[in-house]
Every structure is written in structure tokens, then in C-alpha cells.
Design a binder for this molecule. Structure first.
Ligand code: FE
Length: 221
């Protein structure tokens, strides 16, 4: 099977948000969302079974999707994509607004969809969740972020719980330059492409994608 063909499928970048049973705002990044019907719109999303947001969504039944744009700061994607809502308050440093008792991310997002859980189908590691759209709002004409843009422009990677996850390639040994990989999100810092060598970065430097400390990076060549 040549999994590269899957890279030719279009995906977006979305933040699905809801509340857990303790009324805490929770959410995570997804890349798989599709509109299933037009009349009385229905959507489907794919969510890892182990994501905290998955169980919260099924409990609350109502959830929101914020559509990420190319102008959404990548730190916001890092916060929602590479951490668990079980461990941190993802909304602490994020601009959001409560609408219909759901947290809507406002960081240059294109708009939002509010939906109600109908059913889900188990698919190996993921659940495909089917939901009825209750309301929508388009808030700006910013260009929606595609997954291709996220990979190619932001050098983002698919976390292990994404439906599109792939094992990172083994790096060839190359003594001319050093590369370091973030163990949390997979971001690669390449000395050859940066002005400052990784070892010379200050101790409080953080991963530009997920915010992990410098100590979370491993040398890969
Ligand atoms: Fe990272």
C-alpha cells in the first residue's frame, strides 16, 4: 500500500471544542471533517478514541468546530493539537468567546459550526462522529488553513493520534549539519536552515509549534 496517495486527499485544520462533565472547556485539533448533507446539514468528523475531547463530546452531545485560517497563530494549533485537555486548560492563553455555552476559538478563525451528536461508528483507533448542524457563522474571509499548508508552510506534523499519522522517516547521518526533533510534536529544528545553532538557543527557548521546552528535543543525526 502506498500511503502517499492519502496526502493527495484534501484536509483542513479545525478545533473541535465542547465541555466535559465538570463544565470545563475542552478541545482538540482535527483534520478530518466533511459535510455529509446540504438540506438540514449533517457533518462527520474523525476523532481518536483516546482523545479526552471525544468522551467529553459524547457526554455533552453539543460541540463547536472553529475553522482555523492561515492567520491563526501556530501556537494555538500547538496548544490544541499536542496536549490533552485532561492535563491543562487549553483556553488559558487563547482568545475565545462562549456561544450557546460552547467555547469558540477567536484567533483569526474563519468562523464556526455548532453541532449536535447523532451517532458514531468505531473505526479502529478512531470514531467517526456524525452530527446535525445547529448553527453556523462565517466571521471573516481569511484563507482557511489546509492540512497541506500546515505541513509545508508551518512544518507541522501529524501527532500520533491523528488519522493521518505516519512514522517519521529515519534520518541519514550527516555530520555537516545537525537536526533536532521535538519529542512532543515532531517539529524539526535544522541548524543548516536557522540563524542560530540549536545548542546556542537560550534555555527558555520553546518549540515554535507546540511550546515544549528545549529539553524535549532530541538530536536525530
Ligand atoms: Fe513541539
Amino acid at each position: 500500500m502506498d500511503k502517499k496517495i492519502f496526502r493527495d486527499i484534501s484536509y483542513g485544520v479545525y478545533i473541535v471544542t465542547t465541555k466535559d462533565s465538570e463544565k470545563k472547556n475542552v478541545g482538540c485539533v482535527i483534520n478530518t471533517l466533511t459535510q455529509v448533507t446540504s438540506a438540514d446539514p449533517i457533518i462527520a468528523i474523525s476523532l481518536n478514541k483516546e482523545n479526552y475531547t471525544n468522551s467529553a463530546l459524547k457526554w455533552n452531545r453539543k460541540f463547536a468546530i472553529s475553522l482555523v485560517s492561515v492567520d491563526t497563530p501556530k501556537e494555538v494549533i500547538g496548544t490544541f493539537g499536542y496536549h490533552s485537555s485532561k492535563d491543562i486548560d487549553k483556553f488559558e492563553n487563547v482568545d475565545y468567546e462562549m456561544i450557546e455555552d460552547l467555547p469558540i476559538v477567536k484567533e483569526n478563525t474563519c468562523g464556526y459550526i455548532i453541532a449536535e451528536y447523532i451517532d458514531s461508528v468505531e473505526c479502529n483507533t478512531h470514531d467517526v462522529i456524525i452530527a446535525k448542524v445547529l448553527s453556523t457563522k462565517k466571521e471573516c474571509d481569511n484563507e482557511p488553513m489546509t492540512y497541506k499548508y500546515y505541513h509545508e508552510k508551518l512544518k507541522g506534523t501529524s501527532p500520533k493520534n491523528a488519522p493521518t499519522y505516519e512514522e517519521p522517516p529515519k534520518e541519514e547521518t550527516n555530520t555537516a549539519s545537525s537536526k533536532y526533533r521535538c519529542k512532543l510534536c515532531g517539529y524539526i529544528y535544522d541548524d543548516a536552515k536557522e540563524k542560530v545553532k540549536f545548542e546556542d538557543l537560550p534555555d527558555d527557548w520553546k518549540c515554535p509549534l507546540c511550546g515544549a521546552p528545549k529539553s524535549q528535543f532530541e538530536k536525530i543525526n
